[in-house]
Write a protein that binds this ligand. Structure first.
Ligand code: C2E
Ligand code: CA
Ligand code: CA
Ligand code: CA
Length: 278
């Protein structure tokens, strides 16, 4: 036992060290990335399931790290959250998304809404609201064109402050979506306490549509959203079968590789100019 314990020690320590070193170097690189403006936003259409029209775009961050392939947010957003860098990064994302949205609107493109992901740490930060106001002012974007996507875990914390922030956003005219709906803390009380505009059915349920449990959950979420007068957006739609199921159960909007992956701004503008998917 002693020997295997020692072996474990020998085996795990270097790996853990590697990991810590990797994390630390990613952290430092993220600092530089902010200064050097290495982040870029890609945009994925939200589509009306009735008409195929684009109803909005979700802005998704990527990192153009020098001498690397485009880095996915899965590889750095949680590190940025842990070290607090998500605050300045999130502010950049919001500003850039609003600036781009206003740019498209002024070019006469019918964008609908721009959706921006907000991590719990940003949302609960004391300067969040003033940051949103400042960015809307600065970019001139009409708040009705902005939707913030929050996860359930973000909505479950500190409910008094959450309620106040959501109310202030509502008064501004900003829309609120619950992202990854159904995967977080499974208390639904926040749906009663807060006015949520949109539920985004998590892609894991959509991808389960071929199984009975997945279908039942998707149907239940659509029904609940309808009776609460919320928009319901299904994410992660990849197949004709998933689309047909969602359409037949009265889901009105969707997002997914079926229409397209997130693309750079210029490409998204071309999509917008076409406006409708066939
Ligand atoms: P999310 O907010 O749930 O975003 C949807 C993710 O699903 C995106 O991954 C998108 O590319 C992917 N996706 C879209 N359609 C499909 C599909 O049909 N099939 C599959 N398998 N995937 C699909 P992405 O861009 O890699 O982003 C991953 C996550 O990183 C996001 O998940 C979000 O939690 C986070 N993230 C991205 N951008 C930001 C940001 O600006 N701020 C913050 N705080 N988080 C962000
Ligand atoms: Ca999202
Ligand atoms: Ca999501
Ligand atoms: Ca997610």
């Amino acid at each position: 036992a002693k020997k295997s314990g020692r072996n474990k020690y020998m085996m795990f320590t270097p790996t853990m060290n590697d990991r810590a070193v990797t994390r630390q170097s990613i952290e430092q690189a993220l600092h530089r990335a902010l200064e050097k403006q290495e982040f870029v936003l890609h945009y994925q259409p939200k589509v009306s399931l009735d008409t195929g029209t684009i109803t909005g775009a979700e802005a998704l961050i990527r990192w153009q790290r020098p001498r690397h392939r485009l880095v996915s947010p899965k590889q750095f957003v949680s590190i940025a959250e842990e070290c607090g860098l998500i605050l300045p990064i999130g502010k950049w994302v919001l500003h850039e998304a609003c600036r781009q949205a206003q740019d498209w609107l002024q070019a006469g493109l019918d964008l609908g809404q721009i959706a921006v992901n907000v991590s719990p740490m940003e949302f609960h930060g004391k300067n969040f609201l003033s940051g949103v106001r400042e960015i809307l002012n600065d970019t001139g974007l009409d708040p009705r064109h902005l939707e913030l996507e929050l996860t359930e875990s973000g909505l479950m914390q500190d409910s008094e402050q959450t309620a106040a922030t959501l109310l202030a956003l509502k008064h501004l005219g900003v829309q609120i979506a619950v992202d990854d709906f159904g995967t977080g803390y499974s208390s639904l009380s926040y749906l009663r306490n807060f006015r949520i505009d949109t539920l985004k059915i998590d892609k894991s349920f959509v991808q389960d549509i071929d199984g009975d449990a997945g279908e039942a959950i998707v149907r239940a979420i659509i029904a609940m959203g309808m009776s609460l007068k919320q928009r319901v957006v299904a994410e992660g739609i990849e197949t004709q079968h998933q689309l047909a199921f969602l359409q037949s159960h009265n889901c009105k909007e969707g997002q997914g590789y079926y229409w397209g992956r997130p693309v750079p701004a210029e490409e998204f503008a071309t999509l917008l100019a076409g406006k409708t998917f066939k």
